[in-house]
Design a protein around this ligand. Structure first.
Ligand code: PEP
Ligand code: MG
Length: 758
């Protein structure tokens, strides 16, 4: 069987001859369709190019010649238009069955059944389409599609040189605006920032696609790989954040890709097919991008972004076009703009000048976002169409709280932003000043306000916010940012660091809550895991941990060793029936017995707790409470189960209110069930971090909250303005005879007392 490389190489050799000939551009295209059609044994081969905003049939073999320069399709129209609009490949056994199929009688294409087309891409935009068609209804093979994709790259060079397409200026999807503009996006790291727009990457232009000397190209890539690996190693060595932390893991993943043999092999194969080093790297990158679009797993997609980052780096090295905005240095306060950014690329910027980041892509779990959070740089992601609106050097106001960016703002807008910015800073300063104030209510009750954390750097927020400790440390975060299962020693190191940072204050470690929608590529139950219909109620959390005993054992050992000589608070997520708690605890006890036999230093005390997230557990309190030291109510999960409303479904996000009698009565029953037993009860879901909700929780008798760090100061402030007896009375009355809206009643109650609650 012909390999993809051989097929592409055969075509490239012929194309090379065509391109080197003295023929005019149109004649070259006419020959090109013949070469491709023959090589792929296709009756039809056609090239459509973008002219005056329309995709025009420029050359064909097999369709009616009279249709050339007559058949024109809008971008998005028909199969060809769809390919150009989505920059995607189509491979269809029966073209007419595709919903976007548009029949053009003048072409005489009705007798052809199969259809495959790939976009001709220049500067990340489709400037044309090359398509093949066949009478037999058969899908084209992978090698044929790959050959066609390689050809499309060559064509991109040919048509640009021959100026066959619309000028570069006309390619922009939107005309450049000059007045003020506003773009929307998704807040990935909260915050406000002001600065000038700096594009991360000046575009790299690939001058030559077809190789003259394959051996020489191979050598160029080889040297470039060497250089890139050197750079990554150096960067890992000097990462500004010091050793340890999730950044170390990020860079390790990065390194894994840099040394990935599969990647370099694919590039070499592309060179074998006759491409230059640059074109081969770009070709492999294109393929990766295409795959990425089909991947629905955000975790995997993030890792693909890392690979893309490295690919850009390699391309810059090999082409000698080395400058990114980072290497040229930032001149003043800057807001960085990129399609996507790798963590290593972000680390190259001057932290004093980098004020914000805007990404066209990006997701909450992307490595770059984790790094930006640690750098304290706000990030707005998924900003569409920015290239038509923002120009290099534009003044930008980034509001990664409301999820917008204002471009070239009017003086009035800028002033309003500056005021907000100043108020924000004041508020932050006021909250910082509250650090040492205790959350004592008007009637003298000392409540406990702890914070939630998951990353090593979050732990430092205990000191910044003055929280009473970490009430929920989500240990699965370390697993989520790693490319492989974190080794036990690494887990120990993280837990020890967190305990050191928290100092005297308690830290509650929750054992891993993975599985369900948080399936890790390296931790699969069966091949079908990803297809669970109800992942939130599926094979997750303790259910995974008890089955994968090795995982639980390693984590238990890591936690016990990390807490040697101190108190270890450990809790188990998603306990549904008491026996699960007993089984999890037994895993810890076996590890303790083992470590004792080894004469290892043990924790001074181990306190076990359970999370109440599954409603059924509330009916087992009599059995459970004697065995635990604390119970932590995870309202995020609990309320989704009580309402039967998926917490991740945006359509349901606003439908049910946490401030409903149904939820509050349930929680009150739990609070009453625990009262007087000596077991600590904490609420650790997002609910406790919102003022009105916190007020209601205090009203039903909750005295311990664990919330997001940013909410610690606002909730302390709230507690200091509340008389707990008074709110308890009000809540009791409302739960006995619910008003039409408990939220509105509570809001009015707070307003009357001057307690700010929005
Ligand atoms: C919860 O479910 O409320 C909780 C705190 O756990 P997580 O949000 O991590 O599921
Ligand atoms: Mg939960």
């Amino acid at each position: 069987m012909t390999t993809a490389a051989e097929a592409a190489r055969a075509i490239l050799t012929s194309l090379h001859e065509v391109m080197a000939s003295r023929l005019g551009a149109q004649a070259k295209l006419n020959q090109v369709v013949e070469v491709i059609g023959e090589s792929l044994d296709s009756e039809v081969c056609s090239i459509y190019l973008l002219r005056e905003g329309m995709l025009e049939l420029f050359a064909t073999r097999g369709l009616e010649q009279s249709a050339v320069h007559v058949t024109r399709l809008a971008v998005g129209e028909g199969l060809v238009g769809t390919i150009a609009a989505n920059i995607e490949t189509l491979n269809l056994a029966e073209a007419a069955t595709h919903p976007d199929f548009a029949f053009r009688p003048e072409t005489g294409e009705e007798k052809f059944h199969s259809f495959a087309g790939v976009p001709i891409v220049r500067r990340e935009r489709a400037v044309g389409v090359v398509a093949v068609q066949h009478v037999d209804p058969r899908r084209y093979e992978e090698v044929e599609i790959e050959a066609l994709q390689t050809v499309a790259m060559v064509l991109s060079e040919l048509i640009a040189n021959a100026e066959l397409i619309d000028g570069e200026d006309a390619l922009g999807p939107l005309p450049q605006q000059t007045g003020p503009g506003r773009l929307h996006g998704l807040t990935l790291v909260k915050g406000l920032a002001e600065g000038v727009a700096v594009f991360h990457q000046p575009r790299i232009t690939i001058e030559h696609v077809v190789a003259e000397d394959i051996e020489a190209e191979r050598q160029r890539v080889y040297l470039a790989f060497d250089k890139m690996r050197d750079q990554i190693d150096r960067m890992a060595g000097q990462a500004e954040f010091g050793v340890g932390g999730e950044h170390e893991e990020v860079l390790e993943t990065y390194k894994m890709f840099a040394y990935d043999e599969g990647w370099s092999r694919r590039i070499n194969e592309a060179i074998d097919s006759g491409l230059t080093a640059e074109a081969a790297i770009e070709r492999v990158q294109q393929r990766t991008r295409m795959r990425m679009r089909q991947i629905d797993d955000p975790l995997l997609a993030d890792r693909m972004h890392d690979l893309e980052d490295l690919s850009n780096r390699l391309l810059r090295i090999v082409s000698g076009q080395l400058g990114t905005a980072a290497t040229m240095g930032l001149k003043g306060d800057a807001i960085l703009i990129a399609r996507n950014l790798g963590p290593a690329e972000l680390l190259e910027y001057d932290r004093r000048r980098l004020k914000g980041v805007i990404l066209e892509e990006g997701s909450l779990t992307a490595h770059v976002v984790i790094v930006a959070r640690a750098m304290g740089v706000p990030v707005l992601g998924r900003v569409r169409g920015l290239r038509g609106v923002i120009r290099d050097g534009d003044q930008l106001l980034l509001d990664a709280e409301q999820g917008v960016v204002d471009v070239r703002p009017t003086p009035m807008l800028a002033e309003a932003f500056d005021n907000r910015f100043a108020r924000n800073r004041e508020r932050q300063a006021a909250y910082a000043a509250m650090r040492d104030l205790e959350p004592v209510s008007l009637d003298g009750q000392r409540l406990t306000v702890m914070m939630n954390a998951g990353l090593r750097d979050d732990a430092a927020m205990v000191a910044v916010t003055g929280a009473d400790g970490i009430g929920l440390f989500r240990t699965e975060f370390q697993f989520l940012v790693s490319a492989t299962l974190p080794a036990r020693e690494r887990q120990t190191r993280l837990y020890r660091d967190v305990l050191d940072t928290a100092g005297e204050k308690p830290v509650v470690f929750r054992t891993v809550d993975i599985g369900g929608d948080k399936v890790l590529p390296y931790l699969r139950h069966t091949e079908n895991d990803l297809d669970e219909e109800n992942p939130a109620m599926g094979w997750r959390a303790l259910r995974v941990a008890l089955e994968r005993e090795g995982l639980m054992k390693a984590q238990a050992r890591a936690l016990i060793e990390a807490a040697a000589g101190r108190t270890l608070n450990v809790m188990f997520p998603m306990v549904t029936e008491p026996w699960e708690f007993d089984a999890a605890r037994a895993v810890f006890e076996t590890q303790i017995a083992f470590l004792r036999s080894q004469k290892k230093q043990l924790p001074e005390q181990i306190r076990y707790g359970a999370m109440l997230e599954v409603p059924a557990l509330a009916e087992y309190l009599d059995e459970l409470l004697p065995n635990i030291s604390f119970l932590s109510v995870g309202t995020n999960d609990l309320t989704q189960f009580l309402f039967a409303a998926d917490r991740a479904n945006p359509k349901l996000a606003e439908r049910y209110d946490w401030l409903s009698p149904g939820i509050l009565r349930f929680l009150r029953r739990v609070v009453r069930g625990v009262a007087g037993t000596g077991v600590d009860l904490t609420v650790c879901g997002e609910m406790g971090g919102r003022r009105l909700e916190a007020l209601a929780l205090i009203g039903i008798g909750v005295t311990r909250l664990s919330i997001t760090p940013a909410a610690v100061a606002p909730i302390k402030e709230l507690v200091r303005k509340v008389d707990t007896r008074e709110i308890a009375q009000a809540i009791e009355a409302w739960l006995a005879a619910p008003p039409p809206s408990l939220r509105l009643a509570l809001q009015a109650w707070a307003d009357e007392r001057g307690i700010e609650c929005d």
